[in-house]
Design a protein around this ligand. Sequence first.
Ligand code: SF4
Length: 57
Amino acid sequence: MAYKISETDCVACGTCASECPQGAIHEGDVYHIDPDACIDCGTCADVCPMGAIHPAE
Ligand code: SF4
């Protein structure tokens, strides 16, 4: 399992990408998490000011 960023809630601030210890978050129109690189630590979800990051189903 990996974490996932909600495209509707992400405002592309980049906070999560700078905090991810795996470098798993990449910029696009919104930010995206590489599920193969994510180790499920939850750091991004804790720092997101929009509450846009949640564990994937
Ligand atoms: Fe990176 Fe951890 Fe978020 Fe996965 S859960 S994208 S490893 S900060």
